[in-house]
Each structure stands twice: as C-alpha cells, then as structure tokens.
Design a protein around this ligand. Structure first.
Ligand code: BGC
Length: 763
C-alpha cells in the first residue's frame, strides 16, 4: 500500500521533478561557491598572518574602549601602529570613519577595525526591552526589529553588536533578566536566532550588516541569589539541557562571536574556563569565530581568586581559548614576553588572530571598511517606528480583566491618567539604551491625548518618580480620578532599577506606588494598572485593587501608541509570559520546567500554615514539596496571558500513539474563538518524558504558534515534532532519546491544555 508520502511522490508532474533538480543543482553550486569563498578567506588569512610580527598579532587581540576626546590621538596612534583590533563604544560617524581610515590607509598591514556596541534593543528607535520582546512569542517580528537596529547602528559604522544576550534567566531578582528572553531554552533559542539573523541584515550587496555576539558563555544568568556577577553552580546535565542549547543553536546558525561572562562557573571564571571555551565551544562544537572577554573580566579573575596577577590572567585566558580582550590590556602587556620565554606557544596566538581576521573578512571589511556618511540614519523612517510599535503591542500581557473592564470605550467622557510612568519619555525606554533618542518617545499620556483629545484626559503624576515616597501628589490624583469614568495607573520600575548590577531582594512596586493604587481604588471607579518594568514583580496583593492589569514591560519609543491601541481595543493583547511570576521572592527559583520530585505537591496535599493544628504530630501533615505560606503555584505561570476574546481548546488528536525513532509526533488541536473580539492566541505544545535514566522536567516547551482567529471561528492547529527532538543530554553531553511513555499537552500556557500519552518504542 502506498504511504501518504509515496502517493505524493508518484504523482509529481515532470515539471516539478525538473524544478526539484534545478533547486538541487542550485543548492549544490551555492555550497560550492560558499566553500570556495571560505577557501579564499582562509588563503587571505594565511597570507596576512605570514606578514604579521608578534606585536601585530597581539594588536589584533585588543578591543579598546573609545576614550574621551583628549585621548583620541593616543588611540589613533595605536591604531596607526596596528596595535588595536577593534574599538567599542564609539558611535560618532566621523570619528569611526577617521579611525577606520587610519587603520586601513595608514597602518602597515591595513587591517580594518571592528566597531562594537551594545545595541541591545534598538539604536535610535528603541524596541521593547528584550524580556518584553520575548513575550511576543513572535520570532519573525523580532527579526524585523533587529534589522531596524542593524540598519540604524550600521549606518554610523557599527559593524559588531554585543547582542543577543541568550542567558537563561530564571531569577527575577537578577536585574539583567531585562536583557534576556526569559526562562525557557526553546523560547530563548528562537528569539536569539531571530535577533542574530536580523542583525546580519538582508542587504543584497553585503552579506552582513553587522556581526552578532552570543553572550555570556555560560551560566551568567544563574548568578547565586540573583546577585549580578555572582557565582554560578550548574550541574553538567543542566548545562547541557538548559544553559547550552541557545548557544549551540546560534553557533550552528553561524554566529560570528561569543562573549564570556563575569561569573565563575563551578569554580572557574568564564574568562579562564578551558572547559567552556576550548573543550566545548571550539573543539566539540567546532566554532570557527572568535571569543571576546566581557569588560575587564580577564583582570577580574584576580579578584575571583583564580590567578595571582595580570600576567597569569593573560596566560590562563589565552590558554582557555579567549581570543580578544575587552577594555583591559593584559594580552598586550604580557603575551609577547610569554611567547618569547616559551611559556605559551605562538600557535595559540596565531589561532586567535586567524579567527579574528576570518570574521573581519567574512564581514567584508577589507572591501567595504566604511559606512556611507550620506546614509547615516539620524531621523528613522516611519517603517522603523511601525515595527517598534507592533512589537510593543504584541509584548503586552493581559494578566487580569475583571468583568471585561478592558477594552475601554472610546466614547468615555473623562479618563484619569495617573502615575509616574504615564509621561516619562526616558523611563519607558528601559535599560541599555545608549543611543536611544528620548525625543522620539511617545508617552502613553501623549498618545491618549491624541486619541481622545486633551479635554477628555485628567492627568496627575501623583509621584515624582517610581521610587518616591512623598505622597503630596495624591490628593490631586484622587481629584482627577473622582472626576473621571475610569482610571489608568501607569506604574513600574525606572529603567535604572533594572539591568546590569541592579538586582533586588524585594520585588514589589517601589516607592509609594502600591499606596497610590490602593487610594485610587477607594473611588470605586474602574481601575486599570499598567506595569512598566523589565522583570516580574510580586504584584499579587496590589492587583486585587485593580480591575484590570496589563504587564507592559519597558515598551520603548512607541510605548504610547501601542498602549493606547490595546487599552481601547484597536488591538487585543496577545503577549504571553516568557518567565514565571513568583508570589514572593522566597519562592525563587520558580520555573515551569522543574522536576517532579518524589513528593510533588497537589491541591489535596497542600496544607496552609494556618491550617496546621497546634502540636500536630510531625509526620501527620501533607509532606510534599511546597511552602506552608505561599503554597506551590506561582502567581502566574510561564506562557500565561489573557486576551479580550476567549479561546477554547478541543479535540486533541495524535496521528499515532506509538512511535519509533524515525517518526515524528504529529498532533493537532482545534482552537475556537468563543468571544466577541478578533484575537491572537499563542498555542503552546509541551511534552514530558515520563520515565528516563535522568529525570526529566514535568513539562518542556517544544514549539509554539501565534494563531489569529475571528470571533466565532474555529481552526485546527498542527504540530510536528520529530522523535529525534524528544531526547535529552546526559552529564557528558551525549544526546539520547529513550523509549517509553511520553505525555503531550497543547494549550495556552504551561499550566493549561489538553493532554494525551504516547509511547516511543524501541525500534
Ligand atoms: C556587559 C556586557 C557588555 C559590555 C560592553 C559589560 O558590562 O556585561 O554584556 O557587552 O559591558 O558594554
């Protein structure tokens, strides 16, 4: 009997065979061209290397921060002598141009410079903060956003972006969760890949607009207690299954560079970690690009207590496989003497230089070293703002909507717009916006005035900043609320409270913002709380005072129009949480893909602290893995997010319940829009390997799709998961797919959905 696939093959018309053969020939010749291109690059690298003195080589390993104007000449002189491989943090087009000119025209070897910058979530046009971008579950759109960043940044001459950050972040106390794509390896991988591809660009004349940098390798997000820069202790099984996958995926997709982290991993600082850089990245994964240190992370190995002095730091980092040094100069100061005294081999240095030259050649810098001064994007076009706005819209997560408080009716006579985030062009942009232009920001207040007319808005800032404790502005805010039909409070964290080094132990809304919400709720008017920040906050108590809650992250330049559209139902919210929201900081770490344990908690087994009879016998109360006070569930699970409409999942169908290794799990579900609004649902598929030689998480996200449906309509959503993707790594990094029982869920969050079991058979 013919299989479905056979049937198709046998009926293919000749023209299609011809087309297939043409495609094959084209693909083969593309492969051949690629390999010829790469041979040509290797030849050029060798010819350059052959002409380089040891000092020239070491010069390529130096990435210098661009100094103030008074020291520019000194840096230029070093460039002229060929003692610099790249410069970071210079964005003035004319200065970049001049430095590149010196490197290319005046240095003996004419090797162009790399110009690096942290373009983390936008250049001039600021996109939502990365954790918000992750909430879109829309990699295609994020790629477009990254392309906007690449066009703007490369127009001034930036050719290397220190992004994306693909650290897994499971601790909201850690400020740099802001820059991350959250807790899940699959989501982080998809978003990381999308950003990298966007940074590379789609310019027909130039293969790459800029190089990307996968950072921070590895484990930086697992800082102890969420304290930035702290130690990470990660068992190897977890490294392989949770922390490595995004890095491996970007490596496979051709990322040019990796950055180390400030952290130590299992006792060895990442910048001197031969296991990470040499054994895994360069040998096992065969990474051909180069590794850059983080800022001064080589010299900081002394403070870690890993090396005694800078000389030893340089040796350990070089031996470990770190190719380029950022900001400090231990390589320049010590490597030459160490090679001459045979303490380290020149081969190591040659390897590092080859990698750097190869990337410079791949970026075509020898042919096109300069940006075109005529094309500097000082005023981004509307298309850039439109993409920023679309990403922001899709990033908003509706957490609560009592009695359909939202969307608001455009006929509203008076709307109270209250809070320190309502009209702050700077804070809405979020952390890491070195080049973001606050003049371009449109605030919620401005957008709402544009939408409704200024007469219909009663605005009160109420608090000077998000951290203010002074309640002098409260009476004015109450007055504005009393005179209005509905209240929107724009609260959150200032951008500086999030990001690098800005960890927190308490995760509530800072300052007197909670009190403000409580006071306003006394008016009895419908109250909408919009939270603008870059990490989950413990809003469990305060949200009870609000009728609706939108988690808006730091939405960037287009915060205002995007929020106005969602608040008034021009768009229905479709974001989903990329990270689990804890009820209290004491619950951290809390993430959906945890292990089951031998004593998993359940509603039946859970005992609240107040329900324990005094002097109960020790073993008599539900002994399961929970907290007596906050229980075992998070405030909101990963993947959660409401819409103005409602969705119903039904009819989960597995094509087969017994699979073998060559099969794919083919599964479908019906999704109906049962509400009255058009809506978009992020349909998520999770699996669990029920019994394995190393226990597996209770759920793992395997795929997701954004599905838009009109009210009253129903669609079938299909997923295909190759069995080869259902496996896991052991502690040695060997990947295996073990036979046995699996469970699959499809739903709208990690804590919902229909499920079925299937069996993976031996053969
Ligand atoms: C950060 C890196 C960043 C570098 C350069 C460091 O403080 O950890 O992620 O790329 O600075 O700005």
């Amino acid at each position: 009997m013919l299989t479905f696939e056979n049937h198709i093959v046998l009926n293919i018309p000749k023209a299609i065979y011809f087309l297939l053969i043409c495609c094959l020939v084209f693909a083969l010749s593309a492969c051949e061209n690629k390999s010829q291109h790469s041979d040509a690059i290797d030849e050029k690298v060798e010819s350059l290397l052959g002409r380089m003195s040891l000092e020239d080589k070491i010069g390529q390993l130096q990435l210098m921060n661009s100094p103030g104007n008074d020291q520019l000449e000194e840096l230029e002189e070093r460039i002229r002598k060929g003692r610099i491989g790249g410069v970071l943090n210079e964005v003035r087009p004319e200065v970049i141009q001049k430095m590149q000119l010196i490197a290319v025209e005046e240095s003996e070897l004419g090797i162009p410079l790399l110009f690096g910058r942290d373009v983390i979530h936008g250049f001039k046009t600021v996109l939502p903060i990365n954790i918000g971008m992750a909430a879109t579950f829309n990699p295609g759109l994020i790629r477009k956003g990254a392309l906007v960043s690449a066009k703007e940044a490369s127009s001034v001459g930036i050719n290397w972006n220190f992004a994306p950050m693909i650290d897994i972040a499971r601790d909201p106390r850690w400020g740099r969760m802001a820059e991350s794509f959250g807790e899940d390896p699959l989501l982080v991988t998809r978003m990381g890949l999308a950003m990298m591809r966007g940074f590379h660009g789609n310019d027909p004349d130039k293969e790459y607009l800029m190089a990307a940098c996968a950072k921070h390798f590895a484990g930086y997000g697992a800082a102890e207690g969420g304290r930035d820069y702290n130690s990470a202790s990660i068992p190897e099984v977890e490294l392989w299954n949770v922390y490595f996958p995004p890095f491996k995926a970007l490596k496979d997709a051709g990322v040019h560079t990796f950055m180390t982290g400030f952290n130590e991993l299992n006792g060895v600082p990442a910048s001197g970690n031969a296991f990470l850089l040499r054994n895994i990245l360069k040998e096992r994964w065969d990474f051909k690009g180069f590794v850059v240190s983080d800022w001064a992370s080589i010299t900081e190995m002394q403070t870690h207590g890993f090396v005694a002095n800078e000389r030893e730091a340089a040796r350990k980092s070089m031996q470990a496989g770190l190719d380029m040094e950022m900001a400090t100069s231990t390589y320049c100061n010590h490597l030459k003497e160490m090679v001459e005294s045979c303490e380290i081999s020149e081969d190591l240095i040659d390897d590092a230089v080859r990698r750097i030259l190869r990337i410079k050649l791949q970026l075509d810098l020898f042919e096109y070293p300069y940006a075109n001064p005529e094309e500097v994007i000082n005023n981004p076009p509307d298309s850039h703002f439109n993409i920023a706005r679309k990403i922001a819209e899709q990033s908003f997560v509706l957490l609560k909507n009592k009695n359909q408080t939202l969307p608001l009716n455009k006929n509203i006579k008076k709307l109270a717009v209250i809070g320190p985030m309502a009209d702050d062009r700077y804070e809405q942009l979020g952390t890491w916006i070195f080049d973001g232009d606050t003049n371009l920001s449109i605030t919620p207040l401005l957008a709402l005035k544009n939408m409704l007319g200024r007469d219909r808005i009663n605005y009160a800032k109420a608090l000077e900043t998000m951290r203010s404790l002074d309640k002098e502005g409260f009476p004015g805010a109450l007055q504005a609320a009393v005179n209005s039909e509905a209240i929107i409070v724009f609260a959150g964290e200032e951008s500086i409270i999030t990001g690098e080094a800005h960890s927190r132990a308490y995760l509530d809304l800072p300052g007197a913002q909670n009190d403000l919400v409580k006071e306003l709720s006394k008016t009895g008017k419908p109250l909408i709380l919009v939270v603008m920040t870059a990490r989950p906050l413990t809003i469990g108590e305060i949200q009870q005072y609000a009728d609706a809650v939108i988690y808006a992250w730091h939405p960037g330049t287009m915060a205002g129009p995007a929020l106005a559209d969602v608040l008034f139902g021009v768009k229905s919210p479709s974001g989903k949480l990329p990270v689990t929201f804890p009820k209290a900081p004491g619950q951290i770490p809390v993430y959906y893909a945890h292990k089951n344990t031998g004593r998993p908690p359940s509603d039946e087994s859970f005992t609240h602290i107040q329900d324990i009879p005094v002097r109960s016998f020790q073993t008599s109360i539900g002994n399961t893995s929970h907290y007596l006070d906050v229980g075992f569930k998070p405030l909101y699970p990963f993947g959660f997010g409401l819409s103005y409409t409602s969705f119903e999942y039904s009819n989960l169908i597995l094509e087969k319940n017994r699979l073998n290794n060559d099969d794919s799990l083919k599964v479908s579900i019906d999704l109906a829009n049962t509400g009255i609004y058009m809506g978009t649902e992020v349909v998520q598929i999770y699996i669990r390997d029920m019994v394995a030689s190393i226990t597996r998480p209770v759920k793992e996200l395997k795929d997701f799709k954004r599905i838009s449906i009109d009210p009253g309509k129903k669609v079938s959503v299909h997923f295909t998961l190759p069995v080869s993707e259902l496996g896991f790594f052991d502690a040695k990094g060997n990947y295996k797919v073990e036979p046995g029982k699996f469970r699959v869920w499809i739903g709208g969050s990690s804590d919902s959905g229909l499920s079925e079991d299937f069996l993976l058979e031996n053969e």
